[in-house]
Design a protein around this ligand. Structure first.
Ligand code: C2E
Ligand code: MG
Ligand code: MG
Ligand code: MG
Length: 286
């Protein structure tokens, strides 16, 4: 769809499209270099257990500071990575990096495993082109950590695009004890039959349902529905984009297991995230 749109633009608005695609090509080259030179970073955003205020884990989010100094948003560079195939090395890097950071945290914790996991995003394209389970297995082995220390976030499109492939990858991840979350749940076209068959551990309730949920009864009804679906299927839920204490209270009352959002913390570098985790042991987040 994205490609078709671009072609349209090239036909209709030629000069503008030339600039756009030029910029895109420039970004693609710069991104390729950044990956090769190991200049991407991971930022970590806490996932809070709503009932206890405990930090359950952190989502690992890719960050890229372009050579010219400005930060390029993942919403901009991930689509470029997907279209150019760079998503495969990028995704491998993210999994390996997350595993190495968690192993580093364990060392900083006196060799005692830090009781939390990192949740890493994997794009649909990477799921098809790469052997995710092998990438995870190697990352665990290279860093001497257990599979339960990683979680993989897949979007609905990744799973629905090729359900048989998704099923086999998820089963393999299960044998490694690595959990799988369905990201941005509710925005795609999930087939309930597949949802029932797939060994998913977590449904991440998309931010669009959390936003304004306090004043919008329809959104509450949707969250309630996702929550009961998750309960029936034996899955946990994580609400994305929790920005206010009222949202957190309402989500907690609805039975939502985990919350993630600016209310608790913005994505931060690894040192700040470890500090956040340590602090949460002394004083629960909520
Ligand atoms: P996502 O996986 O749904 O990640 C959550 C996004 O919501 C993050 O945006 C996060 O910063 C943002 N967010 C968290 N809490 C709040 C909140 O309270 N309010 C608002 N407005 N936003 C909040 P970010 O880091 O810009 O990433 C955007 C998307 O880019 C991610 O959405 C994910 O789809 C993709 N992405 C990021 N890193 C990676 C990666 O390493 N690999 C892949 N394949 N995709 C990635
Ligand atoms: Mg995610
Ligand atoms: Mg998400
Ligand atoms: Mg989302």
């Amino acid at each position: 769809l994205k490609r078709a749109k671009q072609t349209d633009r090239i036909e209709i608005y030629e000069p503008e499209a030339a600039i756009l695609s030029d910029n895109r090509f420039g970004l693609e080259t710069a991104l390729r270099n950044a990956i090769e030179e190991d200049r991407l970073r991971l930022a970590f955003q806490p996932l809070i257990e709503l009932a206890s205020g405990r930090v359950a884990g952190f989502e690992a989010l890719a960050r890229w500071d372009h050579d010219d100094g400005h930060a390029v948003s993942p919403t901009e560079f991930i689509p470029i990575a997907e279209d150019s195939g760079l998503i495969v090395p990028l995704g491998q890097w993210a999994i390996a990096k997350a595993a190495s950071v968690i192993a580093d945290w364990d060392r900083q914790n006196g060799g005692e495993p830090v009781d939390c996991y990192f949740s890493v995003n994997v794009s649909a394209i990477q799921l098809i082109r790469d052997d995710i389970a092998a990438v995870v297995r190697n990352a665990l082995a290279d860093n001497g950590i257990g599979g339960e220390r990683l979680m993989i976030e897949l979007t609905e499109s990744a799973i629905i695009g090729d359900p048989d492939l998704a099923m086999s990858v998820l089963s393999e991840l299960k044998t490694l004890d690595t959990r799988v979350a369905m990201d941005d749940f509710g925005t795609g076209y999930s087939n309930l039959a597949y949802l029932q068959r797939l060994p998913l551990d977590v449904l991440k309730i998309d931010r669009s349902f959390v936003e304004h949920m306090v004043e919008d009864r329809d959104k509450v009804a949707i969250v309630r529905t996702i929550q009961s679906l998750a309960e029936v299927l034996g899955m946990k839920t994580t609400a994305e984009g929790v920005e206010t204490a009222d949202q957190a209270r309402l989500l907690s009352a609805l039975g939502c297991d985990f919350g993630q959002g600016f209310l608790f913390a913005r994505p931060m570098d690894s040192a700040a995230a470890l500090q956040y985790w340590r602090q949460s042991l002394v004083r629960p987040i909520i």
